[in-house]
Design a protein around this ligand. Sequence first.
Ligand code: SDX
Length: 436
Amino acid sequence: MNLSDNKATLSFSDGSPSVEMPVYSGSVGPDVIDIRKLYGQTGMFTYDPGFLSTAACQSTITYIDGDKGELLYRGYPIEQLATQCDYLDTCYLLLNGELPNVQQKKDFDHLVTSHTMVNDQMQYFLRGFRRDAHPMAVLTGLVGGMSAFYHDSTDITNPEHRHIAAIRLIAKMPTLVAMAYKYKIGQPYIYPKNSLSYAGNFLHMMFATPCEEYKVNPVLERALDRIFILHADHEQNASTSTVRLCGSSGTNPFAAIAAGVACLWGPAHGGANEACLNMLEDIQRMGGVAKVGEFMEQVKDKNSGVRLMGFGHRVYKNYDPRAKLMQETCKEVLQEMGLENDPLFKLAMALEKIALEDEYFVSRKLYPNVDFYSGIVQRAIGIPVNLFTGIFALARTSGWIAQLNEMIGDPEYKIGRPRQLFTGPVARNVKPANER
Ligand code: SDX
């Protein structure tokens, strides 16, 4: 970051001495006011619940322009990565800062492919869960549990450990998500098949059975790979910030990523794709497109507590570029599966059309986000609704690791420790129980 010749001066109406703070510029995007000395100079904290106006770190990984609806991974537009690269290219890019050349790609793909199996003991973790456990509960346990197996890659201060932990997590997430699915439906686990692509192997582990050969559909394989690319990273979102804060204590990468999985589960974040599809199915049950107007009235009624899931975004105040690509992928998959007239897709398109013309949404700059179409695509591929967020976690693992490693590699990093504005009771003495 570069010191700007601009400075920020904070003055106080009570005549307290004003404070000057440096302003820094990045390569693109908003400048930042460095408040690190503010408490020391004023005895005051800044106040920013939800961190809407706070840059928690500097990063070179992902840039979002919310007003333009732009998303860049290491400077490459998501539209180019999603159409010209595959997910493992994207993982390499996020981890290393550059796209792989032909030899680097060959080596990286081989490295990931040769780490897809998990320790066989891990299957006994699953047996402890109820069959109807939510897959995200299982995945949170399995990912955290990895730190019980891979002791040779838990020292985050060792770059080699960080590298092999990154490879293990990227390679094994599909295996773990597929195991959580197979456990739930009572089918045997399917071992990874190293002759398949990353996405093809995931489809194989999800839908193959020991009883017959499973043939990967190339259209679904490509669609899933694109879904992984679109979900790989997204700047300092809630789950990535969780991974950074968790990792800042020096804990091992598996524990930090498990914290990210847990955070992503929430319906305001990664759980929105599951919530969005459930919303579409509810409207369909109520009468489909004919009921959209009534549903939208509910959404606009603050007291209803109803939100249009898959719409709105903390940063995008324009169309989420991932949603556009997801809609295209949706059309390709529905066509391949002979579901061109899928009622839920038609319902989603109708909802989007109405929302984009409705003053309530227009005035609040609410547009479809990545979750609006992703559920329909995954459902058409045959993925169960409650596994959607597990797929999101699988894809976001590469971004989480890249962000975690960037933080650990930053000489300035220290354990995160936000402060507070205390509004509770001031010091008082305990009274005997019979006087309370
Ligand atoms: C992801 O951060 C990331 O980058 C996340 C993510 C990633 O890749 O990591 O992009 C993934 O989490 C995408 C978002 C998925 N969530 C949903 O689709 C859930 C539905 N959307 C929201 O709940 C909401 O839009 C948020 C949480 C996403 C963003 O909320 P903000 O920016 O805090 O906006 P807000 O809640 O302050 O809302 C501003 C106004 C409010 O109305 P007013 O009080 O001004 O009258 O817009 C309204 C909100 O009520 N609003 C919605 C709405 N989202 C916001 N009203 C109806 N439906 C919605 N979806």
